[in-house]
Design a protein around this ligand. Structure first.
Ligand SMILES: *Cc1c(COP(=O)(O)O)cnc(C)c1O
Length: 221
């Protein structure tokens, strides 16, 4: 099936309150353009260099989501245009995004990444760290960023019960935090393999790549 067909079929299954981020990392511009022509506006990229190469070549109203692990020293390259940064996993990174946002006269929307998977390798805050950050005064001083919610990745397992439980834990944490803080209105979890489950467990933003664009080939990345 073509990108257009995959995209439209996927979109037809998503409830209206769920935003689809088309994850286009490693994919050629032509495929992004095809998705754009089919109406897609939200695109997710993982690598700063790839994103800064693609951004000027796509229409201006493309909404660029940075979904990868972001290094503080690279924030400046995406700060002028990025729409939403999903993977904030330290106060230091949040402070740098704030600094670069103010430099660009912007307020940048961000998501705090929660570590819910069993694997050690996935980035993110644990619930206690995240709660601490959200309740601290330092956040209120960062006027260049707006925390919109939480992003997470489930364990890499075929056991759906584990995945479901992990997603549900994010939803429960979000409910708790929403009582203390305004503006937490996005939950970003669910990928090609588990987006339907994620939506059942409260996700409002799914990040889907291979199901739309086909499997990725990893040569060097
Ligand atoms: C690559 C990636 C995705 C998309 O993964 P698929 O399995 O291809 O849908 C989603 N989120 C993050 C953070 C990713 O790195």
């Amino acid at each position: 099936m073509s990108v257009t067909q995959q995209l439209l079929e996927l979109k037809s299954t998503l409830p209206p309150h769920v935003t689809l981020v088309a994850v286009s990392k490693t994919k050629p511009l032509a495929l992004l353009q095809e998705a754009y022509a089919a109406g897609q506006r939200d695109f997710g990229e993982n690598y700063v260099q790839e994103l800064t190469e693609k951004q000027p070549l796509m229409p201006e109203d493309t909404r660029w989501h940075f979904i990868g692990h972001l290094q503080s020293n690279k924030v400046k390259y995406i700060a002028p245009f990025v729409y939403l940064i999903h993977g904030i996993d330290s106060l230091k990174l949040l402070q740098e995004v704030n600094k670069q946002a103010l430099k660009n006269n912007r307020i940048i929307d961000v998501m705090l990444q929660l570590h819910i998977a069993q694997e050690e390798t996935k980035f993110g805050f644990d619930f206690d760290e995240c709660r601490h950050l959200l309740c601290s005064d330092v956040l209120n001083s960062l006027t260049g960023v707006r925390v919109r919610g939480f992003m997470a990745m489930a364990s890499n397992t075929d056991d759906q019960a584990i995945v479901r439980k992990e997603f549900a834990s994010v939803k429960a944490f979000s409910n708790e935090m929403c009582q203390r803080r305004d503006g937490l209105d996005i939950l970003s979890y669910g990928m090609s393999g588990d987006y339907a489950l994620a939506i059942e467990e409260g996700s409002t933003m799914v990040r889907v790549g291979s199901l739309i664009f086909g499997e990725r080939e990893y040569a060097s990345k």
